[in-house]
Design a protein around this ligand. Structure first.
Ligand SMILES: [Zn+2]
Length: 253
C-alpha cells in the first residue's frame, strides 16, 4: 500500500511507532519492529518526504497497531531533506494532516495534494509563497476554504483599494461589515494581500512559487492564514515555532 510517513516515535529499545498516511486507507499507526537495529528490513529508516510501498500485517483483535512487514522506497523528493527551511515547512504540513485526518478515513485528494506539493517544494526555494499556498489548499481540502472573493458577512463582492479585513472564522470581511459588527479578531487585508491570496487559491503549486511578495504582504498573509488554521483546528501547531525560527533571517552575519 502506497503511503508516506507522518511521524515516528521511539518505542522501547529497538522499535518505533510510525504514523503513516496511506493513499487508500488514510492515516494508520503501525509498529516498525527492530527499526533501530535491523538495516535489513528497514534500510531507509522510514524518512518523511518519501513515498513507500508498505506491507502491513492486520491489527490483532484488541490491538491498536498494524505491524510493518516491509517498506520499499518508491520515491524521494530530492532537495527537501537538505534544506532546513523545507524540512520545517514539510513538517508543518505533516502536523496538520496528523491533527485533521482521522485514523482509517481515506482522503485520496489530500494524499495526492501532499505529493504534488512535495514535488513543488523539492524544486523551488520560494518558501513563503509555497507555505501560504499549502495552508490555503490543505485547509480547503479539509473542508475549510477561506472566503476571498466576496464579503463573508454580507456577500458583496470585495473591492480592491478598500480597507478589507480578515476574519479567522471564514475569510475576508468588507469595511462596512467590519465597522458595523466590530469583531475583535479581525486583521487588516490590503489590496496586494487580497490579490496574492486570491491568486494562490486558484493557481497550481509551480505558479505559486513564482509569486513575488513585499514584506508587508508577507506578514499580513501569514497572520491571516495562521489565525485561520488555529481557529479551525482548534489549536496552534507545535511545528510552527521551529518554522518561524528558520524563516527569520539570522541577526548574526
Ligand atoms: Zn460585508
Amino acid at each position: 500500500m502506497e503511503g508516506l510517513v507522518l511521524r515516528r516515535t521511539d518505542y522501547g529499545e529497538s522499535d518505533q511507532v510510525v504514523k503513516i498516511f496511506l493513499r487508500e486507507k488514510g492515516t494508520v499507526s503501525a509498529i516498525a519492529k527492530g527499526i533501530k537495529r535491523s538495516k535489513k528490513r528497514f534500510p531507509h529508516h522510514l524518512e518523511p518526504f518519501r513515498i513507500y510501498d508498505f506491507k502491513l500485517a492486520r491489527k490483532k483483535e484488541g490491538r491498536d497497531l498494524y505491524l510493518i512487514q516491509a517498506a520499499d522506497q518508491r520515491h524521494i523528493y530530492e532537495g527537501i531533506q537538505e534544506d532546513i527551511r523545507k524540512i520545517a515547512l514539510g513538517n508543518f504540513l505533516l502536523e496538520i494532516v496528523l491533527i485533521a485526518v482521522r485514523e482509517e478515513h481515506p482522503h485520496p485528494e489530500l494524499y495526492a495534494f501532499m505529493k504534488d506539493f512535495f514535488r513543488a517544494l523539492s524544486r523551488s526555494d520560494a518558501i513563503y509563497p509555497l507555505w501560504f499556498y499549502a495552508m490555503i489548499h490543505v485547509m480547503g481540502l479539509l473542508g475549510f476554504s477561506p472566503n476571498l472573493q466576496t464579503c463573508l458577512k454580507c456577500g458583496d463582492p470585495l473591492r480592491k483599494g478598500e480597507a478589507n479585513h480578515f476574519d479567522p472564522a471564514g475569510g475576508v470581511v468588507c469595511p462596512r461589515c467590519a465597522t458595523r459588527l466590530s469583531i475583535n479578531s479581525l486583521s487588516p487585508v490590503n489590496s496586494e494581500t487580497l490579490s496574492a491570496m486570491q491568486f494562490l487559491k486558484r493557481c497550481p503549486p509551480q505558479a505559486a512559487s513564482r509569486l513575488q511578495l513585499t514584506e508587508t504582504a508577507r506578514g499580513c498573509i501569514e497572520t491571516c492564514l495562521l489565525n485561520f488554521i488555529a481557529y479551525h483546528l482548534g489549536r496552534s501547531l507545535k511545528t510552527l515555532a521551529f518554522l518561524k525560527e528558520v524563516l527569520t533571517p539570522s541577526q548574526i552575519s
